[in-house]
Design a binder for this molecule. Structure first.
Ligand code: NAP
Length: 301
């Protein structure tokens, strides 16, 4: 049995459009209604047939939904929930795909008192944005972390779990604060570091710009992929997961200082020990199916 015969997707960018495509591919009988604040995105979604229906108001999109998934930047979750509040069916489950969970849980609980809210985060994405960037297999073999509040009805959690499993995801249940701490180190800090490195290189630009681009295959270009990620989405992630990111940043700065000292005092053994450990981490990621083993990220040479 389908966990939800009618699904509303609010925000039709990379993640929203991927959910729509994955639902169509895996549950063709589910009726999808979509909404996006951007009229150009709505037009494009209609043009490419992303949903069965795309509405011009958020309320109209959710009127008969069993599941509503908010796929907007995390800073916009509360406002968009507020906009649809009057039209939400009493038995609808409200979920989202935001990259941080505690602030979203709080914003949704405040905007929709009494509603069944089960925040979620599919740990899958790319550096692209918009309705054309999505694809149906984005969630296949990736983790989707659900962070239900303690009083969430078990049957609702099970239905959402089953929904994401049908899209190909593996499910993990986690406390929202723990999620934010884990993701601060696995996702948020790497993005911050990439933004910093690319920004620093850009500031050196006047002297070295042509060299920076020309020799980017030395490592720099791998950071530029991450640093090309959506500016609004990432602005919101850092502002909404402030404490966890600052804590991880503090630890990172201490480790960087230790590395700086090892280089200054010629402690090659310390460097080598660390680099061996990090190589093992890469190996584990490949072994656990979270990346493939193609050299140089599978680029053609
Ligand atoms: P995206 O491609 O930029 O799409 C977001 C869409 O939401 C845009 O079309 C945007 O319209 C629209 N929007 C913004 N505010 C809105 C509002 N108040 N009401 C309705 N629509 C609104 O971004 P995305 O990558 O799909 O990210 C969406 C969510 O997924 C974020 O919460 C992000 O943290 C989470 N997420 C992202 C990734 C990733 O890798 N990208 C991975 C996992 C989770 P505009 O054109 O006006 O901006």
């Amino acid at each position: 049995m389908l966990p939800f015969p009618r699904v509303s997707i609010i925000g039709l960018g990379l993640i929203g459009s991927s959910v729509a495509r994955a639902v169509k591919a895996n549950m063709p009988d589910v009726r999808i209604t979509g909404y996006d604040a951007d009229p150009a995105v709505r037009d494009r979604a209609r043009e490419i047939g992303l949903c069965d229906d795309v509405t011009d108001l958020p309320g109209t999109a959710v009127m008969d939904a069993g599941l509503v998934i908010l796929c907007v930047p995390v800073g916009a979750m509360g406002a968009v929930a507020h906009e649809m509040r009057a039209d939400l069916p009493a038995d609808a489950i409200i979920s989202d795909v935001g990259s941080c969970k505690q602030s979203v849980a709080e914003a949704l609980a405040e905007a929709l008192p009494g509603a069944v809210i089960i925040p979620a985060h599919p740990v899958a994405g790319t550096e692209k944005s918009g309705p054309d960037a999505g694809f149906a297999t984005l969630f296949k073999g990736r983790w989707c972390i659900l962070t239900p509040p303690v009083d969430a009805p078990e049957v609702a959690v099970e239905a959402l779990k089953s929904f994401w499993q049908r899209l190909g995801a593996d499910i993990e249940i986690m406390d929202a604060r723990h999620h934010d701490l884990v993701l601060a180190i696995t996702s948020h800090l790497p993005h911050l570091i990439a933004y910093t490195i690319v920004g620093t290189a850009d500031e050196l630009g006047e002297v070295t710009q042509s060299e920076v681009i020309k020799y980017s295959a030395g490592g720099f270009r791998d950071f530029t992929r991450i640093a090309a990620s959506d500016p609004v989405m990432w602005r919101d992630v850092f502002l909404n997961n402030k404490e966890a990111v600052l804590e991880m940043l503090q630890r990172f700065s201490e480790d960087l200082t230790a590395l700086q000292r090892a280089i200054r005092y010629g402690k090659g053994d310390e460097l080598e020990t660390l680099f061996n450990r990090t190589r093992d981490i890469r190996r584990s990621i490949v072994e656990q199916g979270q990346d493939d083993d193609a050299p140089d990220f599978g680029r053609r040479h």
